[in-house]
Design a protein around this ligand. Sequence first.
Ligand code: RB5
Length: 157
Amino acid sequence: MAESGRVAIDCDDAAVEMKQALLVHLRGIGIDVTDLEYARSHIGAMYPEIGFHLACQVRDRVFDRGVLICGTGLGMAIVANKVEGVYAGVCHDVYSAERLARSNDAQVLTLGQRVIGIEHAKKVVEVWLASRFEGGGSIPKVEQMRRIEHDSFHPGE
Ligand code: RB5
């Protein structure tokens, strides 16, 4: 598998089983993955703070990529995208997972334990981690996305 860099993973209370299974699987195939376990030190933590915590570490380059899991993957994606410089997408199929890296250059993938099975989730994450931004025609689109993000976070600058 291509070099995946340092990968962080975390989940809310709706996705503990999937996170554990992915952790074991990813380590088993040689991925450098760290379980942030935000909820262990923040009892009762909900998906917004868990997702924000991981996304900030990706923004700060502590990790190269992150996997966030909740019931649907939706809340985690919404909150991760609130962090400047972090791009996240929900993927419940292998094609989308590949495109998330190749077209969108996203560093965070989110999943819903209530939406797909664990074996499928393993394949989705594996494919995403093995995929890289393809450049080419996707460059102006990603650049435009970054400009829009900048204008949104820094109006008038
Ligand atoms: C459960 O808290 C559920 O709302 C959460 O896991 C997630 O699906 C939100 O998007």
